[in-house]
Ligand binder design. Structure first.
Ligand code: ADP
Ligand code: MG
Length: 369
């Protein structure tokens, strides 16, 4: 009876579930806290991020700062407004109720010039297209190329060339249409974020296909893509089609990540295997993303993926250790080596299991470095 009690105690102690119980959740805890310290909120299981094959990055606000600045205003030949200032005032009035960074940029430009803005009535905003409103009895439409197509507006050769030139220099061109007539364009400049090119390089080096997705004109997309080293571009993409692009890539069997910064990106973020809401300060749809990067730092994207990878490998290591330790411990505690005079005493079992717990915890701690 004494022998049996001793063996059973040794067995129970050596396979005590403490190590097993803490080895996995501990990593989860440290992953989340390490992530949080780096400005990353983890809302989903990070494991999909270790299998990522395609990473789609938004342009405005992700690769660029999204803080647009007025570059130049040009009046069209057919313009019914007298001056660039009048055009800006009309556009700013129409945009006054809009949320987009383009709207803020136009509003800010009008404020800097101390322009008086009229009231905008019947305001309507179409995401990825532009806005329309009634300003001083005139129907003012402000938007990108998709808006021109939608309104079926006549565009002169000069306008086309000028817009293409501006796009090639990386400027976003916003058209102002007053009572169905194209009156002029507002060119807005954005700035590539520090670290954007490095982030793309790191992602590519890890074998991930990086692509750029934007609602802006192809010319601007190409300019930005070239600056940051991206080859695959989806430009002039309506917000609804961002979702379609993610779905299509998934149908092709890819594990797809999507990084977006605005509410328009919500459905694509939710559909993707790893949705990353970028820069939580904006209007980004946090609920739809599995990961939230608080700081708008492009390098935090590959960092998040690396953390996911390390978290998974730490869990595997701990699991392997725990199973290995328990199995060997169990065999020894059961008295497998009794014939040659070696028996694991319950005291040694208890010490060993504590040691094992410390090893598992210490290994997990390495994640925090
Ligand atoms: P991105 O994918 O770069 O974030 P969006 O989908 O937000 O771009 O917008 C795509 C395009 O739609 C813009 O480049 C612009 O031409 C037009 N647009 C969207 N909102 C507005 C707005 N409030 N005023 C003018 N144009 C707009
Ligand atoms: Mg956007």
């Amino acid at each position: 009876i004494g022998f049996v009690i001793e063996r059973v105690s040794a067995i129970l102690l050596v396979v005590a579930p403490t190590t097993m119980a803490i080895s996995i959740p501990l990593i989860g805890l440290w992953t989340t806290s390490t992530a949080a310290k780096g400005g990353l909120l983890v809302r989903q299981n990070l494991d999909a991020a270790t299998k990522l094959e395609v990473m789609a990055l938004g342009k405005t606000g992700v690769l660029t700062t999204g803080k647009l600045r007025l570059e130049v205003i040009t009046l069209s030949q057919s313009s019914s407004v007298a001056s660039a200032d009048e055009l800006l005032a009309l556009a700013a009035a129409a945009e006054s109720k809009a949320q987009h960074s383009i709207a803020s940029a136009i509003g800010e430009a009008a404020r800097l010039k101390n322009l008086a803005l009229s009231q905008a009535l019947n305001f309507e905003s179409i995401s990825g297209v532009g806005v329309t409103a009634l300003v001083d009895g005139r129907r003012v439409a402000v938007g990108g190329p998709a808006m021109l197509t939608g309104l079926n507006t006549q565009v002169s050769f000069d306008d086309v060339v000028r817009a293409a030139d501006a796009n090639q220099k990386g400027f976003t061109v916003i058209y102002v249409v007053v009572d169905q007539v194209l009156c002029g364009e507002i060119q807005l400049a954005d700035q590539i974020r520090d670290g954007a090119a490095d982030a793309v390089r790191v992602l590519a080096a890890r074998g991930i296909d990086v692509c750029l997705v934007t609602g802006d004109a192809t010319g601007v997309a190409e300019f930005v893509a070239k600056q940051v080293g991206i080859e695959t571009i989806f430009a002039e993409v309506h917000p609804d089609r961002k979702l379609g692009i993610v779905k299509q890539l998934q149908v092709d069997g890819k594990c797809v990540g999507f990084v977006g910064d605005s509410i328009d990106d919500a459905s694509a973020l939710a559909q993707s295997d790893v949705g990353i809401a970028f820069g939580a300060g904006g209007d980004v749809a946090i609920e739809s993303a599995g990961l939230v990067l608080i700081n708008a730092d492009p390098l935090a994207i590959p960092r998040a993926l690396l953390l996911a990878k390390r978290s998974l490998s730490k869990r595997r290591q701990n699991l392997a250790w725990t199973i290995g330790f328990s199995s060997i411990g169990l065999v020894l505690a059961a008295g497998a080596l009794s014939p040659i005079g070696f028996e694991l005493s319950p005291v040694v079992s208890a010490v060993l299991v504590s040691l094992s717990t410390v090893i598992v915890a210490a290994n997990g701690q390495l994640l925090r470095r």
